[in-house]
Design a binder for this molecule. Sequence first.
Ligand SMILES: Nc1nc2c(ncn2[C@@H]2O[C@H](COP(=O)(O)OP(=O)(O)OP(=O)(O)O)[C@@H](O)[C@H]2O)c(=O)[nH]1
Length: 412
Amino acid sequence: MVATAVGERLGLPITVVTSLAQARVELAQPGRYFLVFTGLVLADAAPDDILDFFTGCGMPVVVVSGVYDESVRQKVQARQIVDCVLKNTPGSIDYLVWLAQRLERNRRIGALVVDDSPSARVLAAGALRLYGFQVTEADSGAAALEALALHPSIRLVITDYQMPGMDGLELIRRLRATHTRDRLSIIGISGSGSAPLVAQFLKHGANDFLHKPWSREEFFCRVSQNVDNLDLIGTLQDLATRDFLTGLPNRRHFFDRGAQVYQAGQEDGVAAGMLDIDHFKHINDTYGHDAGDLAIKAVANAVARHVRTQDLAARFGGEEFVVLAPGLQGEDARDYFECLRADIGAMPIALPDGRSIHLTVSIGVCTSAAGLSAMLAEADRQLYVAKAGGRNRVEGSSMVRATDREALMLAV
Ligand SMILES: Nc1nc2c(ncn2[C@@H]2O[C@H](COP(=O)(O)OP(=O)(O)OP(=O)(O)O)[C@@H](O)[C@H]2O)c(=O)[nH]1
C-alpha cells in the first residue's frame, strides 16, 4: 500500500524488498536511492540489525511499524531516524506520502545554521542533514551574511540569539532587508525562550522560534512546516505568473517585469518581438483542439529554448507570444528573431496518433520606441505587416545596424 500510494501520487520509482539481504544488494548501487522506509520485522534480521544497517547507509530512514511501544520508541530515539509511523492508523498513508515528498524536495533546499556554539551548531546541522537538506554552518552573523550571498539555494536559516559581534535579532533585521518572507524562512532558536525574546524574534522577521533544548520531533515539525509554506507560496506565485498550458510567464507577469527589462536595455538597445502562429485556426480545425494545444506548447518550448537568461518571454494570449531582448538592435535583432522563426518552421510536432505536423510563425519586431507600450504597439503593427506580406517572415522597424545608419548619413 505504501509503495503504491507513494509511487502513484508522487511519481517516484520505488523498489520493494522483503529481506535485509535484498536491501543490501539494492543499496550497493551508489546514488540509486535517497530514502528508506522500513518495517521492523524481516525474515533474516532482528529489529536492531535492521535499524543499524539502514541508518548506516547515509540517507533518511523512516520506520513504518505495526507497534510503537516503549521498546520501539527507545530504539528509534537512540538512532538517527527521521520518524516512526504507525501502520494502519487513519491518515498514516497520507502522512507517509507527504513525508516522502518533503524529504525528496529537501534535497534541493539549502539550510543555514548560525550559532557560535560548535556543539549546538553541530546538533542542528546534523538534524537538518538527516532530513536531506544541503546544510551550511556559520559561527557568526557576519559569516551567515557571507554564506547567504555565496549560496543562493539557501531558503532556510536557523539562528541563535546570543552571538558575539552581531546577535540573532540584528542578523534577521539585515537578512530581511534583502530576503523577503516568500524567499527565505527564518527560525530563531535560543535557550532563554522568554516571551519578550520570542516576540522580538518574530517582530524582527523570524517566521518561527524553537526553545533549546529542542526535541528532534518538534524540530522536524517546525522546519517542515516552514519549508512547506515556502513551497506553497512558490506554487501560488507560479499559478499567478505562469501560463497554465505552456509554463511560460503570462501576460500579467510580462508587464510586471517588462518595464525593468526595458530599462536595463536602454544603454545597449532593446528589441521587442511579437510572434504569432500562422493559420492556427486551420490547425485546430484540421487536427483538433488538443493538437492545437500541442502546437502551442511546442512553439512555447522553442521560444523558451531560444531566449537568453536576460530576455523575457511570455505567452501573450491564444497563439501569440512576446519576447523582450535587451542589448539587441539592428541586424542583430533581425538575426535573433529570424533564427527563432527558422527553428520553429523546421520543427516537427508529433501528434498522439503518430502523425507529425509543421507550422510557421510570423514575427513583428520593434527596436526603438519611447516606452515599452509604444514598442509593443509597433511590434504588433510589424506583425500585421508580416501577416499581410505572406506570413512565415520577420518584419521590423529600425532593424538596421548602427554602423549602416552612419554610412547612410555620410552618403547623404
Ligand atoms: N487549441 C487552442 N486553440 C486556441 C487557443 N487559444 C486560441 N485558440 C484558437 O486560435 C485561433 C486563432 O485564429 P485566428 O486569430 O483567426 O488566426 P489564425 O488562424 O492563426 O491565422 P493568422 O493569424 O491570420 O495567420 C482561434 O480559432 C482560437 O480559437 C488555445 O489555447 N488552444
